[in-house]
Design a protein around this ligand. Sequence first.
Ligand code: GLP
Length: 264
Amino acid sequence: MEVIIQSTPAAAAELLVRLIAHDLRANPQLVLGLATGRTMERVYDRLAQMHRECGLSFAGARTFNLDEYVGLPATDPHSYHRYMQEHLFRHVNVDLRNTHLPQGDASDLAAECHRYENLIRKCGGIDLQLLGIGQTGHIGFNEPLSALHSRTRVKALSPVTIAQNSSLFADPSKMPRRAITMGVGTILEARRVLLLATGAGKAEIVAKAVEGPITSMISASALQMHAHCTVIVDEAAAAKLQGQDYYRWIFANEPEWEPYRSAS
Ligand code: GLP
């Protein structure tokens, strides 16, 4: 795992965008794993801008979102289907037939989870997976005690997550209590993982996920087992990391990061 500390949330998002753009240009058929949440909004805004102004093309890309709320149809304004339409898909040239999210309103949820896993496999697996992190340390909606080998399945949302996300619902009491989410094992199979976390509110959980023990109580800690995972944080989210100086030294000195230093 690598940790990159950037000065501001905007600089952190910018670095993530540059890494995505690099991979998309190198492989126009990239299979991109997408995340939702407030942190990602800035990333999608910038990707849309790069599409408009620099010709960044999503024409050949295939996308798989991490999760969707159980019970919400794609048309629901609170669904992640709608989030992706609003924040990314309608602003870029992705072929909507190549964009995939779990169907939260499927009548047979177990079959839907199975279908989703198979579809990822059929597309050759995820090349680049974007992640945020929730207050419980969840990636996707892998709440505490998610098995480290878990696959796409229905997960009950924790009270902490319900408190974190219900403010995004017009009527917070209507927030679904369950979601379909890729499993921790599904996420760990992505060839590369990029996690973005910004703001002081994420400092404690980032430190636990990155420097604490690997535990199913904090799903993001499983990323320590991934061979190619980069955690990008701003100063505020980095504040509780013990190894800050070391992480900064690596970013400032290792040749692979040379093209990306000007974003900081
Ligand atoms: C939701 C998503 C997660 C995401 C989290 C972060 O819970 N299911 O995948 O990591 O939001 O949210 P935010 O960026 O709003 O802090």
